[in-house]
Design a protein around this ligand. Structure first.
Ligand code: FES
Length: 74
């Protein structure tokens, strides 16, 4: 989420990165291995909101190398 915002890309959010709303989800198109593993909080949030495995909660995910992502609102 911070990486996206720092590059001027909008990120949906109503919890300001607290890992509550799941609105910051992004679909991972390539480079999933370049992301930090899911935390228990992210896994639980995705399960509670029926979010598929192709998505990550951006405010709970660290980017370690190049990735390709998309959202429904870009
Ligand atoms: S901004 Fe709310 S869960 Fe990420």
């Amino acid at each position: 989420m911070h990486a996206l915002l720092s590059h001027g890309l909008p990120v949906a959010s109503s919890c300001h990165g607290e890992g509550v709303c799941s609105k910051c989800r992004v679909r991972i198109l390539a480079g999933a291995d370049n992301l930090s593993p899911e935390t228990a909080l992210e896994t639980e949030l995705k399960a509670r909101n029926r979010i598929g495995p192709e998505f990550r909660i951006s405010c709970q995910t660290r980017v370690m190398n190049d990735i390709v992502i998309d959202t429904t609102y870009w």
